[in-house]
Ligand binder design. Structure first.
Ligand code: EPU
Length: 350
């Protein structure tokens, strides 16, 4: 096992923020994690698991030991009458896995095409897009306990998935008695892709594509192409403009709170959830406060989608994590003052 010192992280976080890891170990096998845990100088250090770095704001050099997940491999685990169960290692690029499954004729992940990041991060925040969340296709995962080195598996219930949430985001005990933030490294994720696949097309942007193309019964591959096109039109490509996707979660409010806001702001974009609560479009709230295109230093609000904060300085003159967080706080304050709603950031702030 090699401990790399002062490892530059700019190419390993999708904002392109400059920071270094004081100590970093590449995880290319489970044995690499076991070696860290068996090492008296490393075992007790706080640890940060780094995948694609696509949901992270680095506000300084990273003191915890960084475990950089480079586990590779994808395979079909099982085919039953009902489903294909496929497995991908945590270090695989998410979009490559989506493409690989579709290329093999296994539909189900197409609505989540082009989400940046690695497979290992996908259950952590229960990624989702265009009407499908990871939990809808999830079978199980394997992970290593970073204190004991023991491997364990979790099913969907044990992951306690919620909207952009799971047991891996909580430090204290969750509803099922687990809280695994910083305590485990996910090694493999399995997906159950059902043979009775039906397209998920309820999302407005996809309905528009159906009208434009005249295709009412698209294949999974067509949906994949549509989602790629929609995302490319709306969201900045992190390889060109650094960003961490949606910076805030879409907040939920009660019907009463929503009625109160509608009385003042009739155009507020909102959706009724299954439990009767209302989800508000955070992008709309931020946009309504006039934030599109505004900047703090080299951090800015994306002109085409106010929910995304971007690095305006590129690789050569990048924003700092401090600038991103100052901008985020100013947005939170103005949305709170105007709507009485507290926006919660989505990325992990390190
Ligand atoms: N809107 C505005 N102004 C803006 C941005 C949005 O008025 O500047 C309005 C839009 O017109 C639309 C509504 O707000 O009516 C929602 O916007 P959009 O459809 O773009 O989706 P979103 O709520 O902003 C969510 C996810 C995205 C996911 C898309 C598509 C969250 C926090 N974000 O965005 O996920 O790709 O839906 O399903 O749930 C991510 O998590 O990083 C991410 C990109």
């Amino acid at each position: 096992m090699l401990v790399e010192l002062n490892f530059p992280l700019q190419a390993h976080n999708s904002f392109g923020i400059v920071a270094k890891a004081f100590q970093l170990v590449r995880v290319q096998s489970e044995a690499d994690v076991q070696a860290v845990i068996a090492d008296p100088a490393l075992c007790d250090l706080p640890k940060l698991v780094l995948g694609g770095g696509s949901n992270m704001v680095l506000t300084g050099d990273v003191k915890p030991l960084v475990l950089k997940v480079e586990l590779r491999g994808m395979r079909l685990v099982e085919e039953t009458n009902k489903a294909w169960v496929v497995e991908a290692a945590a270090g695989e690029n998410w979009h490559d896995v989506v493409r690989w499954t579709l290329g093999n004729g296994w539909p189900g992940l197409e609505n989540m095409a082009l989400i940046p990041g690695c497979v290992g991060a996908s259950p952590v925040q229960n990624i989702g897009a265009y009407g499908v969340e990871l939990q809808d296709r999830f079978d199980s995962l394997d992970a290593i306990d970073l204190t004991t080195g023991h491997t364990f598996s979790l099913n969907a219930a044990q992951c306690a998935f919620g909207y952009r949430d799971s047991v891996f985001k909580h430090e204290s005990s969750g509803p099922n008695g687990l809280g695994l933030a910083g305590k485990a490294l996910i090694t493999r994720v399995r997906f159950s892709l059902r043979k009775d696949w039906k397209p998920v097309l309820g999302y407005l942007d996809l309905e528009r594509k159906m009208t434009e193309t005249g295709i009412s019964q698209p294949t999974a591959m067509q949906i994949f192409d549509w989602v790629c096109a929609i995302r490319k039109a709306k969201l900045p490509d992190p390889a060109i403009i650094g960003n961490a996707g949606s910076f805030f979660k879409n907040p939920t409010v009660t019907q009463d709170q929503c009625d109160d806001i509608i009385a003042r702001e009739p155009k507020v974009v909102h959706y009724v959830l299954d439990d009767g609560r209302i989800k508000l479009a955070a992008g709309w709230l931020i946009d309504a406060c006039g934030w599109k295109g505004k900047t703090v230093g080299n951090a800015g609000v994306y002109e085409k989608q106010a929910l995304v904060l971007v690095n305006k300085g590129g690789r050569d003159n990048p924003c700092t994590g401090g600038e991103v967080m100052t901008l985020a706080k100013a947005i939170q304050t103005s949305v709170y003052e105007r709507f009485g709603i507290r926006l919660e950031p989505e990325p992990v702030v390190v």
